[in-house]
Design a binder for this molecule. Structure first.
Ligand code: 13P
Ligand code: SF4
Length: 364
């Protein structure tokens, strides 16, 4: 029987770190705002991109997106910038302007080897911080610095110091959904795609795992290592219930259910597969189910639907309000005005780099 001990308050109490828009603008200069007119030429130049999203974006909406898509792709070249986009971004971002897409681990790996002057992070703030930590010489922009995360807000660096005093010698694993200040205090980071491997890589019989209680419970159910967990939760995934999934199954016994490990245990118990956002996408690509419920943030089903029109996605539509702060107009502003730049105290960034690199360098 796996062991699990639960600690922590928690309500959101970590303020997002300071982000500025002016320093990068001074270094790079501001560019003229491009034309956002919809005309025949824009239609022709963006037609190949519309092909990618036509299953999920009605043709009447494309004239609103296309001028932004064209302008952003031109500005990326002018700024020598790349866009890293998380799997929860909306289809017009994910399929039409992103250079790299993926889960938190894939984006972190990409950030560490990106060959560009500027990274525009289309995701939430902790992801942009991770990119900055791994690419300190690059300018990292986030189109809306208010894009936070209920998990990252659930624990502070001081909480980690207290935990280490309470459990001396017990290694601390931090989910990447944490601030740089928290990462600076821990032994190693993990993501939902490598959490079990990370916990077992430490070679101890117990570990502290913060801040997601549900990811910790899921890991505890898969390993013999005792997990001391923190009581944070993802505000999107904690809303799903096992009862709603049982109703889907009752109405269609052949339906497939796949869930993210940030979901509560009664949800995971109902799932045919549990894994990171990239793991879930790969599972659908490989199995091509007739009907599937993706128990995670809603936009991801749109992104996979665009690629696999023959799979029917049943969507309990929980949106992440932080991910949805990132829009095409804000990405355009980022590239025109070089805002908002992610700035991390170099001393904290240096200490936060070790646990992230330790994770990234683990053999797959
Ligand atoms: P993934 O690493 O699985 O993409 O998860 C990140 C996240 O924030 C899920 O809510
Ligand atoms: Fe954070 Fe949840 Fe949003 Fe992911 S879905 S970024 S864990 S609040």
């Amino acid at each position: 029987m796996p062991l699990l001990e639960m600690l922590g308050p928690v309500t959101a109490r970590t303020a997002l770190p300071v982000v500025t828009g002016t320093m990068a603008a001074r270094r790079f200069g501001v560019l003229p705002v491009p034309s956002l007119e919809w005309n025949e030429q824009v239609a022709q130049e963006t037609a190949h991109l519309y092909e990618r999203v036509k299953a999920v974006i009605p043709s009447v909406e494309w004239p609103f997106f296309a001028p932004y898509v064209k302008a952003i792709n031109a500005l990326k070249r002018e700024r020598n910038a790349v866009i890293l986009a998380h799997n929860y971004q909306t289809p017009e971002i994910f399929h039409c302007v992103a250079d790299f897409v993926g889960d938190s681990l894939q984006l972190a790996r990409e950030a560490s080897k990106v060959d560009a002057d500027v990274i525009v992070q289309c995701g939430v703030h902790f992801m942009a911080e991770t990119s900055k930590i791994l690419s300190p010489d690059k300018t990292v922009l986030i189109p809306d610095s208010r894009a936070g995360c209920s998990l990252a807000a659930a624990i502070t660096g001081e909480d980690i110091r207290l935990l280490k005093r309470k459990f001396p010698g017990v290694p601390v694993v931090a989910y990447v959904n944490t601030t740089a200040e928290v990462k600076a205090e821990v032994d190693i980071c993990c993501t939902s795609s490598n959490a079990i491997q990370v916990v077992e890589s430490l070679g101890t019989d117990q570990v502290i795992m913060v801040p997601d209680q549900y990811l910790a419970k899921w890991v505890a159910s898969q390993t013999k290592v005792k997990i001391i967990a923190w009581k944070g939760a993802c505000e999107v995934h904690e809303r799903f219930t096992g009862a709603e999934l049982r109703r889907y199954r009752e109405s269609d016994p052949s339906i497939q259910i796949i869930a993210h490990p940030e979901c509560p245990p009664d949800v995971i118990d109902e799932a045919d597969y549990t894994g990171s956002t990239a793991g879930m996408i790969d599972w659908v690509r490989k199995n091509q189910p007739r009907r599937v419920v993706m128990v995670t943030e809603c936009s991801m089903a749109d992104n996979v639907q665009a690629e696999l029109p023959n799979v029917e996605f049943v969507r309990p539509c929980n949106l992440c309000p932080h991910m949805k702060r990132i829009t095409l107009p804000k990405i355009l502003d980022s590239l025109v005005y070089m805002k908002e730049e992610v700035v991390i105290d170099p001393a904290i960034a240096e200490r936060a780099r070790r646990p992230i690199e330790r994770m990234v360098n683990l053999k797959r």
